[in-house]
Design a protein around this ligand. Structure first.
Ligand code: PEP
Ligand code: MG
Length: 312
């Protein structure tokens, strides 16, 4: 019966009492964006721009980058596209940049931290996004930085983006950002929670380790507490807070995140119908009750069980 509901589901997404949720796609290139646009995605919540960089012998020029980004903007016409700036590091090395070996790459010079050493890499990317958006007729492109940990990093990023007519946001992947979300929101216009890294850094467990999957689980109440803090700060500031990690693609967890006040969910486009159908099967009051229950749970297993009991 549930499978039928998934097949029949049509967006836009809402709970059974009509409270809207925005469902967006995670994409890595123009082809994925066109596929997502042909399905039920309302836009792109995470465009991982690494693809054009990680395989390149030298840094793609601004024109080359703009051509790549333009494909993604064009796939969605004027609709929402959130571009993430380059998320590289010694685990995702750039052949053309000199990132030295690190013993703990997950805790090393990655994401926005690279801009500290090579600001030109970031500003050229932002230039390319601005050109691409303009050429595709996307009026206010949203761009977010990965791996931000401090308010000054966010403030600097926001300044560079605004100088180029770009709407700045940051990812919430490091617990420090969730804890100080209100301060970050004084500088940026939106937040997007990357639950894959947020779980890794909250639980001190490598997301790539097959032995630690029970720890790097977004159902961990500690992780969900950070999500709740972030969403509450966003609501208070009147600014959007999305989730773009794997958690958004878990239909039951998507209802919980909705109940915690998350304003968009971004996932592999193939996951959208299952999430949409699940949201349509519950009320917003159930989502909120499930949100309260997971925050009170002592561990991930009981959080799952409580949410399943409440959401049916
Ligand atoms: C995340 O960390 O949750 C995220 C969406 O970014 P990535 O998976 O690309 O690290
Ligand atoms: Mg991440």
């Amino acid at each position: 019966e549930r499978r039928d509901a998934v097949r029949r589901w049509q967006g836009p997404a809402a709970t059974s009492d009509g409270i809207r949720q925005q469902l967006l796609a995670n994409v890595g290139d123009g082809a994925a964006a066109r596929k997502a646009a042909g399905g039920q995605a309302e836009g792109v919540g995470l465009y991982r721009t690494e693809l054009g960089f990680l395989s390149a012998e030298k840094e793609p020029s601004v024109e080359e980058q703009a051509a790549m980004y333009q494909e993604v903007f064009a796939a969605f016409g004027g609709r929402k596209v959130v571009v993430r700036t380059l998320d590289a590091g010694s685990d995702k090395p750039l052949r053309f940049a000199n990132l030295e070996h690190e013993d703990n790459p997950a805790l090393g010079v990655r994401g926005i931290r690279i801009a500290e050493r090579e600001e030109g890499l970031l500003t050229r990317q932002l230039d390319a996004v601005a050109v691409a958006a303009r050429e595709a007729g996307a009026t206010d492109p949203w761009v977010m930085a990965p791996m931000v940990a401090t308010v000054p990093e966010a403030a600097r990023f926001a300044e560079l983006a605004r100088e180029r007519g770009i709407v700045p946001g940051i990812m919430v992947e490091v617990p420090s950002v969730a804890l100080l979300a209100a301060h970050f929101l004084e500088h940026v216009d939106f937040l997007s929670i990357g639950t894959n890294d947020l779980s890794q850094y909250t639980m001190a467990a490598d997301r790539l380790s097959p032995h630690l999957a029970a720890l790097t689980d977004a159902w961990q109440p500690a992780v969900l507490t950070l999500v709740a803090l972030t969403a509450a700060a966003g609501a208070k500031a009147g600014k959007p807070v999305g989730v773009c990690g794997e958690a958004a693609a878990d239909p039951t967890l998507a209802c919980v995140l909705t109940g915690l006040g998350v304003t968009s969910l971004s996932m592999a486009s193939s996951a959208i119908p299952a999430v949409g159908a699940r949201l349509a099967s519950v009320t917003s009051a159930q989502c909120q009750e499930a949100g309260r229950a997971v925050l009170a749970a002592p561990d991930a297993r009981s959080a799952r069980a409580e949410a399943a009991r409440i959401l049916g």
